[in-house]
Ligand binder design. Structure first.
Ligand code: FES
Ligand code: FES
Length: 217
């Protein structure tokens, strides 16, 4: 898994109260989204034209491109992309999971310009001017992609908490290398931990998705 950007202090926003209606997650929606990662610290500079405007409160207003949509969000410079997605957006995207918050588990994986990154290690302001794709963005019209379909077919989840990150990682990897071997899939997923141990099913799903992608499905 590649990691873009590092930070050493946990965001204080974790302690903020979040309205219940912002945290409500439909299990069905999550599973549909989930049904259905990358090295070297690379700090992404915001585009000058898209530079955030400073606000008196200490927050700044930035525009993130998420799942093909332009999303305005007010946040502090230290806010991670993960927190921006899950907490700061007006319509939060909670498919991306917070687990370790330190780049070790891969549950927070999103695509940044098509590359898997741990969103807990990326500052939201560094994502300005770049395309962010979350697990919700893998099936924008409700039609699952090859990896999502294969994950469902092969029962590639138990609790499902790792599933969004695994699905995002696998989508990027299998679309780039549909003929990947089981060993290559295992290596690609080395940054995504599944505490329930569904790995054999996930590897089977990856190989099936690869076959589908090679057939143009
Ligand atoms: S929550 Fe980001 S890697 Fe674990
Ligand atoms: S399915 Fe539970 S952590 Fe992977």
């Amino acid at each position: 898994m590649r990691y873009r950007g590092m930070r050493s202090d946990p965001s204080p926003e974790r302690g903020e109260a979040v309205p219940d209606d912002k945290l409500e997650v439909s299990r069905r929606g999550f599973l549909q989204g989930a049904g259905g990662a990358a090295a070297g610290a690379l700090l992404i500079q915001p585009d000058a034209a898209a530079a955030p405007k400073a606000r008196k409160s200490g927050e700044q207003s930035v525009t993130l491109m998420v799942n093909g949509e332009s999303r305005d969000v007010s946040l502090e410079a230290r806010t991670t992309l993960l927190d921006a997605l899950r907490i700061r957006l007006e319509d939060p995207l909670t498919g991306t999971k917070l687990v370790c918050d330190r780049g070790t588990c891969g549950a927070c994986t999103v695509l940044l310009d098509g590359d898997p990154v741990c969103s807990c290690l990326v500052l939201a302001v560094d994502a300005v001017g770049h395309e962010v794709t979350t697990v919700e963005g893998l099936a924008p019209e409700g039609e699952m992609n090859a990896v999502q379909r294969a994950m469902c077919k092969h029962d590639g989840m138990m609790c499902g908490f790792c599933t969004p990150g695994i699905t995002v990682t696998l989508t990027a990897f299998m679309e780039a290398q549909p003929a990947a071997t089981r060993e290559e899939v295992q290596a690609a997923l080395s940054g995504n931990y599944c505490r329930c141990g569904t790995y054999p099913h996930v590897f089977d799903a990856a190989l099936e998705a690869g076959r589908e992608l090679q057939e143009g499905k």
